[in-house]
Ligand binder design. Structure first.
Ligand code: NAD
Length: 325
């Protein structure tokens, strides 16, 4: 079986290459999968994709013409796949859980970095500037964390917050986490000192953080997003920061990230004014969709993706399939 991998980096190849044996042949492409690059999947039995590949109806049509039978997502989220178009044409599988702690710990790493101004202090002391002016932080113990989405990652984040002595308010359409006090979204928005997003991107959750919700938040609130960029209306976020309503933002994802993140753009002029302005703010921390990036997660992603591919082609079983509801 031939598998065409899209949007791969050196770290992906390192973890997948050991599985390229016993009838599995991998072809790694740097480029993302979209309408213009779908032809690279010609002759492959499966296409393996990541979070910023754009698997729209036209791409699915092309893959179907090339007889590509399986779309193996090497990630948990699947908002970038047109499942309606895929139904009956190509089977879609994903890695539902690879290391929830990797993402939850990154969310807390960003929060701690932000509230104790570690990013500022790091830059200063490298320049032998040992001044403390402007580095005053605050204590998380006793503060309220609002967690939106308490599945595997949100649940792990709840536990971490409780370890810090925080009170945890949670909102989820299917409450399942023992350690949090569930409430409605409005109260969570109103009463939280820290709001962390851990729900998937769906039509219901798209831009759940917008001008109205920002207006209802506590002054000085910290917003963390390690889920999907489109959960936040970035212009509303920027406005909230400029008005001093939002105390800090920790963003591992951004709504227009697909043409920027995972690449070195340091020699280019950034065309995205909102992102440029956000990054220029002293209280905004941006990482480029790296919350998952741990040895443990990469290992689990490769293992489960290969299991999904082998189960489908060798045993006719579709495991971890993504189906349209
Ligand atoms: P999960 O399925 O275990 O949990 C998602 C939770 O969100 C569920 O409990 C679900 O009931 C809840 N939910 C769904 N719709 C909701 C709504 N409208 N309102 C409130 N809650 C809702 O998923 P997970 O493994 O915890 O992952 C969460 C998200 O994290 C993924 O969808 C993905 O977008 C993101 N993610 C990011 C990275 C990264 O590197 N930054 C890595 C993995 C996953």
């Amino acid at each position: 079986m031939k598998v065409a991998f899209f949007d791969t980096k050196e770290y992906d190849r390192k973890f997948f290459e050991p599985y390229s044996a016993d009838g599995l042949e991998f072809i790694f492409y740097d480029t993302k999968l979209d309408e213009n690059t779908a032809g690279l999947a010609y002759g492959a039995d499966a296409a393996c994709v990541f979070v910023n590949d754009d698997i729209n109806a036209k791409v699915i049509e092309k893959l179907n013409t090339y007889c590509v039978k399986l779309l193996a997502l090497r990630c948990a989220g699947y908002n970038n796949v047109d499942l309606k178009a895929a139904a009956g044409k190509i089977v879609v599988t994903r890695v539902p859980s690879y290391s929830p702690h990797a993402v939850a710990e990154h969310a807390m790493a960003m929060l701690l970095c932000s509230v104790r101004r570690v990013h500022k202090a790091y830059n200063r002391t490298r320049d032998f500037n040992f001044s403390l002016n402007g580095l005053t932080g605050f204590v998380l113990h006793g503060k309220t964390a609002g967690v939106v989405g308490t599945g595997k990652i949100g649940g792990a984040f709840v536990e971490i917050c409780k370890g810090f002595g925080m009170k945890v308010l949670a909102f989820d359409k299917n409450p399942s986490c023992g350690g949090a006090e569930y409430t409605d979204f409005d109260r969570l928005i109103r009463e939280s000192d820290v709001i962390s997003l851990h729900c998937p991107l769906t039509p219901q959750t798209r831009r759940m953080i917008n001008r109205d919700t920002v207006a209802a938040m506590k002054k000085g609130v910290i917003i963390i997003n390690t889920s999907r960029g489109e959960l936040i209306d970035s212009e509303a976020l920027l406005e909230g920061i400029k008005q001093r309503k939002i105390g800090a933002a920790c963003l591992d994802v951004y709504e227009e990230e697909s043409d920027l993140f995972f690449e070195d753009n340091s020699g280019h002029i950034l065309n995205d004014d909102v992102l440029a302005r956000l990054i220029s703010m002293p209280n905004v921390l941006v990482t480029s969709h790296q919350a998952f990036l741990t040895e443990e997660a990469l290992d689990a992603i490769a293992r489960t993706t290969v299991e999904n591919i082998r189960a489908f082609f060798e045993r006719g079983i579709t495991q971890n399939e993504v189906v349209l509801h």
